[in-house]
Design a protein. Structure first.
Length: 285
């Protein structure tokens, strides 16, 4: 059937998988609409109800993103697959990609960026839906590295990074105990940009390596957000969740809250339990 949200985007089901056939051309112009279609497919495959829609009778086996003969006009198609893999992993939804052998440029891009090591790639839909669903093995590349590789492959793509600020921005990171002896509060002030977000990632990683598994990152509307911190935050959240921890984001800046809501990740960044009678993640993300 045809998805009327984006011309050329088609959704079907094959052998228990939801299959999305992408448009003939993929660019930042239709990225948002394609992403919404993929998000709906992931929600259905994971057994979640789509906003305003009925609860699915049963979860699907996974989602197949069929590039077919699509042409990637910029980096958006690669970013889409990287983001979809991250969310699919968080939802426990297997993701597969179909790229025919004739689509050599797309296959080469998946190889160069490491995406082919994150998402299994098949030559046609029949192969993709016939392959058994196996437990996911740890990949030797993560989404953060893939996004860096995409930027290196498309250095002039304006959709990947904002225009640099005239003055070097600063980010102040402070930590404090939440009062329960278990959770750690990370306060941010200043500016998050493509440079300072790496400092945030390094700080959070050092906390996790120091056996702190329950983190709350506090931001606010005064925090300047000049980049997308989701790859860093999702990577840390996945790591602590695998060890029974949590990463919550109360008091988000409006811009970042809008992005998280749009990506359907609000439930991901919540605290695992209450502290002092109030749930750490109670504030809407």
């Amino acid at each position: 059937m045809k998805d009327t949200t984006v011309p050329g985007l088609r959704t079907d089901t094959r052998r228990g998988f939801i299959v999305l056939r992408l448009p003939a051309q993929i660019s930042w112009r239709n990225y948002a609409g394609i992403r919404e279609g993929v998000s709906r497919a992931l929600a259905l495959a994971a057994g979640d109800a789509a906003p305003g829609g009925p609860v699915p009778a049963r979860p699907r086996k996974g989602v197949v993103v069929d590039f077919g003969d699509s042409v990637l006009l910029d980096a958006s198609g690669l970013v889409l697959l990287a983001r979809t893999e991250t969310r699919g992993r968080l939802l426990g939804c297997p993701l597969r990609a179909v790229v025919p052998a004739t689509a050599a440029p797309v296959r080469r891009a998946l190889h160069l960026t490491g995406l082919s090591r994150l998402v299994p790639v098949f030559e046609d839909v029949a192969q993709a839906v016939a392959a058994p669903v196996a437990p996911r093995e740890a990949a030797d590349v993560d989404t953060g590295h893939v996004l860096d590789a995409i930027r290196a492959l498309h250095p002039a793509d304006a959709g990947l990074a904002p225009t640099p600020a005239a003055a070097a921005p600063e980010l102040t990171i402070t930590t404090a105990e939440a009062g329960d002896g278990d959770h750690t509060v990370v306060h941010l002030s200043g500016v998050l940009d493509p440079v300072t977000v790496h400092r945030l990632g390094e700080t959070l990683t050092s906390l996790v390596e120091g056996n702190l598994r329950h983190l709350m990152v506090r931001m606010g509307d005064r925090l300047g957000v000049r980049c997308d911190p989701l790859p860093v935050l999702l990577g840390i959240r996945w790591r602590v969740a695998a060890e029974g921890g949590c990463l919550s984001l109360p008091g988000l800046p409006a811009r970042l809250r809008e992005v998280i809501d749009r990506e359907g990740l609000g439930s991901v960044f919540t605290a695992c339990r209450s502290v002092d009678g109030g749930r750490l993640g109670a504030e809407p993300a």
